[in-house]
Ligand binder design. Sequence first.
Ligand code: NAD
Length: 488
Amino acid sequence: MTTNPTGQRPADLPERIRHWIGGELLDSADGRTFPVCDPVSNAPYATAAAGARDDVDRAVTAARAAFPAWSKLGNRERARVLYRIADAVEAREERLAALETFDSGLPITQARGQARRAAENFRYFGDVVVALGEEAFRAGDQQINYVVRSPVGVAGLITPWNTPFMLESWKLAPALASGCTLVLKPAEWTPLSASLWPEILDEAGVPAGVVNIVHGIGEEAGQALVDHPEVPLISFTGSTDTGRHIVRSSATHLKTTSMELGGKSPVVLFADADLDAALDSVVFGVFSLNGERCTAGSRVLVERPVYEEFTRRLAERAERVKVGLPADPATEVGALVHAEHYARVLEYVEIGQQEAKLVAGGARPAHLPEGNYLQPTVFADVARDARIFQEEIFGPVVAVAPFDDEAEAVELANATEYGLAAYVWTSDLKRAHRVAHAVESGMVWINSHNVRDLRTPFGGVKSSGLGREGGAHSIDFYTESKIVHVML
Ligand code: NAD
């Protein structure tokens, strides 16, 4: 294996990333593998098992065998296991962050934050199931009707390459809390951090077969999971195109699906807003996590009187963002995840130069001649029909456009196919709520950063997704409700 020329390589990297099925680390049944690269050298550092139908079959068989015992445990008992998983994740925060940073190019300080959030997901969903009640409805003295919930069975979980470990935990935690057993298919560009799950889950005492991991290419391993008749539920996070395809494939077996898809989230900034706070938030919202964030505020709509000033200040701030080696604690934007994604983002930067006015960035930083680096990039005067206004770029690139009144702001905010998140900045609270209600999105933040409250529903409208996860919504998703009617 090639060594990483920058000295960023963590110690004890595995050379081979294998499936984890029925408590055993396994190669693919047909022995095939695929190369895994890091985004700083773009050279392969390991191979991962390339899962196919047979491997998914083995994993589903193991998950089915583990289901009766796991699903029968009491909620308190399962919660205890989830708390131990949280402890085991926390105990590995540094290792986890180092692997994630190396594999995905996330700045190390942000990767640490994601590791903490992963632990929190387990603690939180442990709490949720302990507190969970079931409904009862009394119809006079005649009848009582009560709901019983049961886990759906073997859950199929398919995750993307941005913040991979955290997003895996976002699905694993509620699935396990609900009593499902599962098969996880991690993203093929970033399988490294998932190689920590076996030791974490073993340490926490999760029985063999409850969690199974099949690595591989989406169209093969992922598709086999979607097509498997014994997997009644698919929780998917990824691109809108893949989501559409999975919903179509899932129709064959009428699977329950949850789709957390792409976004092109607007920031609506009125002239009476606290511009300093809004500026900090915009910079954080689109450049943190390398801009590879589904809820990134990637379109900034600014009321005309402050448009020039805000755009100039945003460009200045973008120029000052520190782009650097992912493992350097001073780095604010690291390397984009993969050479193919980097090329796609650069293509958008080129398109943007024809469509709008480039006011910051737009190129590789001079001090980083190799690796998938891009200066934070700001385009101004972006028209609503521009591709950089309409399409998800998923990198450190932001489109800025002016508006003249509230009606135009809402119209522009809603002028894309997406509807995941939105951000509103104004000191007029009535207007803030009006705009929040009028914007087509699953989530809106008023005068605030993208800070999540795990109890709240998470998801999007239009092409950004189907269904909600988060809080009790996740438990609803991973369980079936049955109503029992009793005559008294
Ligand atoms: P992707 O759709 O290319 O891949 C996501 C996962 O799906 C990967 O594991 C991939 O292997 C798998 N896959 C691909 N084809 C498949 C198929 N035919 N059947 C089954 N599985 C298949 O997405 P990506 O490029 O990895 O992720 C980036 C996208 O994810 C962006 O659009 C981003 O907005 C979105 N995202 C959304 C959220 C959200 O919560 N809404 C969160 C994070 C990322």
